[in-house]
Design a protein around this ligand. Structure first.
Ligand code: ZN
Length: 150
């Protein structure tokens, strides 16, 4: 196991998402796809969204890598469907704050299962793993917004 020491309940939740990832599949009707890699750790994901009327109608991903990167993106996708693009961006910012040590963000229930990753903020090399999914999301939101204006 390559995970840092985390609170054991949180650790279980991370492993549970890693072993049984949510929304891990190719999305046939995607409107945006972003490939994101973290070469330091060997993590890789392709995030696929179907954006309709400024809302995320569906979110799926395919990828491989460490438990933290894959669990984080799995957790993230469970929170995206039905969210407006602005709201999804706010979630990404909140999660990023938590990964940079914000105690306030770590208590925010809107982050759902993602709060299990708060301990990762103490391990600088792993922060990139945890942020991979949201980095892809922010890129996808930029692309999605851009395409909607055409
Ligand atoms: Zn990793």
């Amino acid at each position: 196991m390559d995970s840092p020491q985390l609170n054991s309940l949180y650790q279980q939740l991370i492993l549970e998402h890693y072993r049984h990832p949510r929304n891990k599949a190719e999305l046939d009707e995607k409107t945006v796809e972003v490939h994101m890699a973290n070469p330091v750790c060997g993590d890789e994901i392709r995030l696929q969204l179907r954006i309709e009327n400024n809302e995320i109608a569906e979110a799926k991903f395919v990828g491989q890598g460490c438990s933290i990167s894959q669990a984080a993106v799995s957790m993230m996708t469970t929170l995206l469907e039905g969210r407006s693009l602005d709201d999804a961006d706010a979630l990404a910012q909140r999660f990023t704050e938590m990964m940079h040590g914000s105690q306030d963000a770590a208590k925010d229930r809107s982050l759902g299962d993602l709060r299990a990753l708060q301990g990762v903020s103490k391990f600088p090399v792993r922060i990139k793993c945890a942020l991979l999914g949201f980095d892809a999301l922010q890129e996808a939101l930029k692309k999605g917004t851009h395409e909607a204006t055409h």
